[in-house]
Design a protein around this ligand. Structure first.
Ligand code: SDX
Length: 396
């Protein structure tokens, strides 16, 4: 006997949230940050300009840009005590596990002096998170490799600083290649925000209780880790590697048959989207970046890229995918670009989290600033047992 319930249509209207930050048209494949099309932003701006735009609603002028850069750059170091926090993890811990823990731990360093109802305090916590995420992300990678942590440098751009903290060592003067710096900046821009996706919704729900922003962002990182969400770029590379091992392009037909077999549970990672029922505009831009990086590094005959192009071509022509409106999403090409850049697959989702931190904290700030916001309380449709009497154990 299951529960009887009447469906309240008003229930769904309370499920949506209002925001001025990001607009998506899934049918047209459109994405706008604060009204600007992603294609124009990717062409004319760098990631810190996008951060300023998402937080403040407008693109910065020269002076605003210099001030914002200075504030972010001068918050990139983490409290030295944080370096000991890493020691508690096994060396082979997944970098996402380390990142969730360390970002949550920032609450212990910065939260008690924070009044989230003060707009300046909210902006300072946003600056701290945007500034410290590259440092913590690179530290998670260094800890995993056993190499020493690299301190940030104030004379490098945001993306160049991150690449140096990832790949530099105290023994050499690592100078990141400009194409790789631009490619990373493009990856960060394309992943910066995406309306009310699963991890952003988590950050909003956590924030609606008044939890501090560092704890809320840690909750967002945990949600992003799932393979159906931000973990898809890592899962996509694992999928391409598996197909490669089983014979590569010649074996694609067998793999596609497995994807079509519902019982196999096999998904075409990097394809499909809850909202886009057209080509993800970010995937198109990521594909361009992929070409640029592979061309610059002389990897154009990279078998994985050739395999990815073949997979995309088949999926765009095959009725199974066309009927279900399954197009490549941002994760399909971002994994290949990062692999070409020498970033290990275990770091792909960490870099997605790095990029999305500004979107999360902008959406969190928008919610906290709303005087009418209340604690989130999703309702349920009860389908369980109707009320019944407890039987004493001798009668059960
Ligand atoms: C991100 O929300 C966001 O904005 C997220 C994100 C962001 O920026 O925050 O864009 C980032 O998470 C991108 C998505 C990354 N995930 C993946 O690439 C994993 C593979 N994709 C799927 O798991 C899936 O497409 C989802 C989870 C993304 C969407 O799942 P849905 O909502 O179930 O997809 P759907 O309703 O469009 O599915 C329609 C049909 C179903 O089959 P039928 O029941 O109709 O027969 O298509 C099937 C699905 O089973 N399907 C797939 C598939 N995706 C959907 N079949 C094979 N391979 C796939 N990838």
């Amino acid at each position: 006997q299951t529960g009887k319930f009447t469906f309240d249509p008003g229930f769904m209207s309370t499920a949506a949230c209002e925001s001025k930050i990001t607009y998506i048209d899934g049918d047209k494949g459109e994405l706008l940050y604060r009204g600007y099309p992603i294609e124009q932003l990717a062409q004319h701006c760098d990631y810190l300009e996008i951060c300023y735009l998402l937080l403040n609603g407008e693109l910065p002028n020269e002076e605003q840009r210099r001030d914002f850069d200075y504030r972010v750059t001068h918050h990139t170091m983490v409290h030295e005590q944080m370096t000991r926090f890493f020691q508690g993890f096994r060396r082979d811990a997944h970098p996402m596990a380390v990142l969730v823990g360390c970002v949550g731990a920032l609450s212990a360093f910065y939260h008690d002096s924070l009044d989230i109802n003060d707009p300046e305090h909210r902006f300072v916590s946003a600056i701290r998170l945007i500034a410290k995420m590259p440092t913590l992300t690179a530290m998670a990678y260094k800890y995993n490799t056993g190499q020493p942590f690299m301190y940030p440098r104030n004379d490098l751009s945001y993306s160049a600083n991150f690449l140096r903290m990832m790949f530099g060592t105290p023994c050499d003067e690592y100078k990141p290649n400009d194409v790789l710096v631009r490619a990373l900046d493009r990856i960060l821009i394309l992943h910066a925000d995406h309306e009310q996706n699963a991890s952003t919704s988590t950050v909003r729900l956590a924030g609606s209780s008044g939890a501090n922003p560092f704890a809320c962002i840690a909750a967002g990182i945990a949600t992003l880790w799932g393979p159906a969400h931000g973990g898809a770029n890592e899962a996509c590379l694992i999928m391409l590697d598996d197909i490669q091992k089983q014979g590569g392009v010649e074996k694609i037909g067998e793999f596609i048959d497995k994807v079509k077999d519902k019982n196999s549970g096999v998904k075409l990672m990097g394809f499909g989207h809850r909202v886009y029922k057209n080509y993800d505009p970010r995937a198109k831009l990521m594909r361009e970046t992929c070409h640029e990086v592979l061309g610059e590094l002389g990897l154009h005959d990279d078998p994985l890229f050739a395999l990815a192009m073949k997979l995309e071509q088949i999926a765009l022509e095959d009725d199974y995918f066309v009927q279900r409106k399954l197009y490549p999403n941002v994760d399909f090409y971002s994994g290949i670009v990062q692999k070409a850049m020498g970033i290990p697959t275990s770091m792909f989702t960490c870099i997605f989290a790095l990029a999305r931190t500004v979107g999360w904290i902008a959406q969190w700030g928008e919610m906290i600033a709303d005087p009418d916001q209340k604690i989130g309380r999703p309702r349920q449709l009860f389908t369980g047992k109707t009320p019944r009497e407890v039987q004493t154990i001798d009668k059960r």
